[in-house]
Design a protein around this ligand. Structure first.
Ligand SMILES: [Zn+2]
Length: 354
């Protein structure tokens, strides 16, 4: 959609350097975005969005989240030809550049949104970021893109409150750690639990001035569309209304899809589309539509590609609750769902929503 000045309201960031961060046989490899970008191109979506250029994130912005010692260690490992930060997390020879661009792309998208050049956007870059800690990469993540972007918005973008919604199936421990004591960020995470990385209990709610601005929704395996819908409607909405964010960032992981090989949740593509619609409605109501997604996990390639496609159709206004159909070649999960009633009660209690 273009406005009267010809500016398209939805932006995306992509740079082919992400293809150079890859390891054969690893689930977080270059094939993930390859198929996704092909589908977006084939469906004519890229032509309807503003391409925001990725540039390497500046050291000043990177160091708001990561120690210089850690950043240097990643750079040196890549210069030596690569290796592993932990058994799960590889660094290839061009991974340092890719990681700087993945974070920098998201910062540039957020800048475009805050400067009114776009309303919303999606950072289609790798590596993902939400597990990365101040001094340590882990869980396929090198630099914490969403945390770096939130810090940028707060320090340079004139924003006082950022909501980060993380619906990746794994807990965003790095993001939680970064904002544990920070009242200017509300971090809301749905994740399978107990599961990798082991954090994200519902009693983890932040500390000091940030107490209450972390909301963890730890899910037993088997929660699907109905459970996620209730969690977003009954928990995320009132928390967001109370917090009044000026920007919403989304750690968009599509590994809670029922066909994902790494996890055991039962969201379908329709369920994921509903999450995107809810977030769009929330951003429209609370912060003039300012909503920026960044890619985290999602390891079933077709589920990932279609989930991103449907999300962008939501951002573009093609797929609303009233019009458009979710594109879903994989269909719904045919097994029953694990209920979330008890968990919702616990969370409403600890976050004083009752
Ligand atoms: Zn994940």
């Amino acid at each position: 959609m273009a406005d009267s000045r010809g500016i398209m309201s939805t932006a995306y960031c992509y740079d082919p350097v992400e293809q150079e961060h890859t390891l054969y046989g690893h689930p977080e490899n270059r094939e993930r975005l390859k198929g996704t970008m092909e589908l977006l191109e084939q469906q004519g979506l890229l032509a309807r969005m503003t391409l925001v250029e990725a540039t390497p994130v500046s050291m000043e912005r990177l160091h708001r989240v990561h120690s210089s010692q850690y950043v240097d260690s990643v750079r040196r490992l890549a210069e030596r030809g690569g290796g592993h930060l932990d058994p799960d997390t590889y660094v290839a020879s061009r991974s340092y550049e890719a990681a700087l661009m993945s974070a920098g792309g998201l910062v540039n998208l957020v800048a475009a949104v805050l400067q009114g050049e776009a309303v919303c956007g999606f950072n289609l870059m790798r590596p993902p970021g939400h597990h990365a800690l101040t001094g340590r990469g882990m869980g396929f993540c090198i630099f914490n893109n969403v945390a770096i972007a939130a810090h940028y918005a707060l320090a340079e973008g004139g924003v006082e409150r950022v909501l980060i919604v993380d619906f990746d199936v794994h807990h965003g421990n790095g993001t939680q750690d970064t904002f544990w004591r920070d009242p200017s960020v509300l971090f809301f995470s749905t994740h399978q639990y107990p599961y990798y990385p082991g954090t994200g209990d519902w009693r983890e709610i932040g500390a000091g001035e940030g107490k209450g601005t972390i909301c963890n929704v730890p899910l037993r395996p088997g929660v699907g569309n109905e459970g996620y819908t209730r969690i977003f409607d009954e928990l995320l909405w009132p928390l967001a209304e109370r917090f009044r964010p000026q920007l919403i960032l989304v750690s968009a992981g599509y590994d809670a899809h029922w066909q994902d090989p790494l996890a055991g949740m039962r969201l379908s593509l329709s369920g994921y589309a509903y999450l995107a619609q809810t977030l769009k409605a929330m951003a429209d109501e609370l912060c003039s539509g300012r909503l920026v997604f960044t890619l985290e996990g999602g390891y079933h390639l077709q589920a990932l590609a279609y989930a991103v496609l449907n999300t962008l159709r939501v951002l573009l206004g093609d797929l609303t609750p009233e019009q458009g159909e979710v594109m879903d070649p994989l269909g719904p999960c045919l097994y029953g769902e694990t209920p979330v009633d008890t968990l919702l009660l616990q969370l409403k209690g600890v976050h004083r929503l009752v």
